[in-house]
Design a protein around this ligand. Structure first.
Ligand code: ZN
Length: 281
């Protein structure tokens, strides 16, 4: 993995992870996803650690899955901890896309949701598309006033990101608007609709997050782990995983349709065309 795509820093019982591809708005390539997955796996086993914060370097938290940086590494194998799939990197067509997306864009974020310690997302600037699959599995989301959120992938002919949790992080009415219009949602509106826990001025973001992380970290380890199990179980009984599974299948049909009818699997869109189209709210 190229060095430095993820920075890691320990302060007391809190682990601070920083996405570090600022030049590419922290676009998620396999190297970065793997680095995050490794760091969280290590955090899970570290008894001295009580909470994990994920933030981003540079002007934006995360622009989503990497659609066009020089470090785009779609063909790079990733570390598989499960036996669910084989290596996608030497496969073609829908086989390569589905295997990669199922592991990197769905199973891994679902694993992050199962982290037995509080996971806190600290968001500033843009958090778009695949960036949402970093924050929605978290327990708390702290946003600065300049943060905004969007899932613009219907523009690519795709029915929502792989981690299809829209209707669990906001009401289903607002989720319909969020997905079908695909506009920016400001931090203040994200707070109003219940998607984020705190909105603070940018210069207070780290301090507010630190206070919350320290408070979470001070809770008993086993109690926190059990509470997270219970919370996740209830969301699962409400249909989170079933719905995600159906949406993921439809998402793969969309990629295959795009690949069959055009030159790529994302409806001819690229980071620039998406950014141009993402009008402020
Ligand atoms: Zn996809």
């Amino acid at each position: 993995m190229p060095e430095g795509v993820l920075l890691s820093e320990r302060e007391g019982a809190v682990l601070w992870l920083t996405l570090n591809r600022p030049r590419y708005r922290n676009a998620l390539n396999i190297a970065l996803i793997t680095a995050l997955d490794d760091a969280l796996a290590e955090a899970a086993s570290d008894d001295g650690l009580g909470a994990v914060v994920i933030g981003g370097a540079g002007p934006h938290f995360c622009s989503g899955h990497d659609l066009g940086s020089p470090g785009r590494d779609l063909e790079k194998p990733f570390r598989r901890v499960a036996t669910t799939w084989y290596d996608h990197s030497d496969k073609e067509g829908a086989e390569a896309i589905l295997v990669r997306e199922d592991e990197a864009y769905l199973s891994i974020p679902l694993r992050w949701r199962e982290l037995p310690k509080p996971l806190i997302a600290m968001v500033h600037g843009a958090c778009v598309a695949g960036g949402l699959s970093l924050i929605w599995p978290a327990d708390l989301i702290v946003a600065s006033e300049d943060a905004y959120f969007a899932d613009p992938v219907v523009r690519m002919g795709i029915p929502g990101i792989e981690y299809f949790a829209h209707q669990y992080v906001m009401s289903t009415r607002i989720a319909r608007e969020f997905l079908l219009l695909g506009d920016r949602m400001s931090a203040s509106r994200a707070y109003e609709v219940g998607m984020v826990n705190r909105v603070v001025p940018r210069d207070e973001l780290r301090e507010t997050t630190a206070r919350l992380a320290e408070r979470c970290a001070a809770r008993p380890r086993f109690g926190v782990a059990l509470a997270k199990r219970a919370l996740n179980a209830v969301e699962d009984r409400m249909g989170l995983r079933d719905g995600m599974s159906t949406a993921f299948g439809l998402h793969q049909v969309a990629h295959a349709h795009s690949a069959l009818t055009s030159d790529d699997h994302v409806g001819g869109q690229n980071p620039r065309s998406i950014a141009r189209d993402l009008a402020p709210e």
